[in-house]
Design a protein around this ligand. Structure first.
Ligand SMILES: [Zn+2]
Length: 354
């Protein structure tokens, strides 16, 4: 109580609680008040930067510093399956944190998994199994490949807006690429593949049958080697489809086949499913029911937020995750629950207003 009053007083005085130095000083004084066992951050990571600069993504040095911070401050890193099991039997320790890596690119194993292993930190991969099987490469990767081939002045119509591409304007290129990926994510996979092929064809760009090295997948033998060292793997559909855009048969087939592939190739597959794209409109009651039918205990989305421990038992097929931040400040903010604290204080103020 004293803590809350003190915090509210500081907020009234205009102190910005986003400052990590404040969050950290509170954490030292009231560690158990600030970091609750019932709100657990689960982080979602994607591509990793490689030392040769060919791939850009999460910086290994930042992840290393984040894992060192957790170790220094006695955080407990749990695998997602362990988090779910311990939530069900009420034994989640305070300061629990969990990590996941989506899709199954080769460098996620070579760079990402190796880093987590160095810190004895559990991590769960979610694999798009058609990608790992080698007959499908991810649409997002194809779009990145296509954009890398664009020449100055190319016209591209995305979501009914025609843009003139300038490869030297990195920000505009990034925004256009994101808009194109979002357009494709909003379609059933068959239409998205057609649309992408048409665009590539109109631009005279040939998309290779298999992914170039920068977009190559992990192999099943890579996955088995990592599994033997403690890394977990779960399913993420076959072709990384936006499930809610598909008809019943395709949605179920994507779930069943990816689950069967992961269960056939690995000895201890995760009992948690991961919805591709994972925004709240990308899956719904139908998907949750399919996931349940396939004997999963839980499923994760890409909606930002903590896993609230009672919710694991009440709504296990809707667990939230945070994107792994670009800065250490952003990471500390989430693990120290400063963002949750701000939310609580905001609510308290709203209630207090006449
Ligand atoms: Zn994904």
């Amino acid at each position: 109580m004293e803590f809350m009053l003190h915090t509210v007083a500081r907020l009234k005085a205009g102190v910005n609680l986003a400052s990590v130095s404040i969050a950290e000083s509170y954490f030292r004084r009231w560690p158990d008040v600030l970091v609750h066992a019932d709100h657990v951050p689960v982080f979602m990571l994607h591509r990793f930067s490689t030392p040769d600069g060919r791939i850009t993504g999460h910086e290994p040095a930042l992840l290393r510093t984040a894992l060192e911070f957790l170790r220094e401050h006695n955080f407990v890193t749990l695998s997602l399956d362990e988090l779910c099991e311990r939530s069900m039997n009420g034994t989640v320790p305070p300061r629990a944190v969990s990590f996941t890596i989506d899709d199954g690119y080769a460098e996620q194993g070579a760079v990402g998994a190796e880093l987590f292993l160095q810190y004895d930190c559990p991590v769960t991969f979610f694999l798009a199994t058609g990608f790992i099987d080698g007959w499908f490469w991810l649409l997002e990767a194809k779009v990145a490949y296509l954009f890398a081939q664009l020449t100055p002045g190319t016209q591209l119509t995305i979501a009914n807006v025609t843009r003139r591409m300038d490869p030297t304007d990195l920000r505009a290129m990034r925004l256009a690429r994101r808009a194109f990926v979002n357009e494709l994510k909003g379609m059933p996979i068959a239409s998205a593949i057609d649309r992408l092929d048409q665009v590539a064809c109109a631009l005279g760009i040939e998309l290779p049958q298999s992914p170039p090295e920068n977009f190559a997948p992990l192999s099943w033998s890579d996955a088995r080697r990592l599994e033997a060292r403690g890394v977990s793997f779960g399913a993420h559909t076959v072709r990384h489809v936006t499930l809610a855009r598909e008809n019943d048969a395709t949605a179920l087939e994507e779930l069943e086949e990816s689950t069967a592939r992961v269960r056939a190739e690995l000895s201890n597959p995760s009992n948690v499913f991961c919805y591709p794209t994972g925004r709240s409109g990308d899956y719904g009651a139908r998907e949750k029911q399919f996931v349940q039918q396939l004997a999963y205990t839980a499923a994760v989305s890409a909606e930002p937020g903590y896993v609230v421990v009672p919710a694991v038992t009440q709504a296990p097929f809707d667990l939230r995750r945070f994107s792994f931040p670009d800065t250490l400040v952003g990471f500390k903010d989430i693990v120290l629950q400063s963002c949750r604290m701000r939310e609580q204080i905001r609510r308290r103020f709203q209630k207090a207003r006449p």
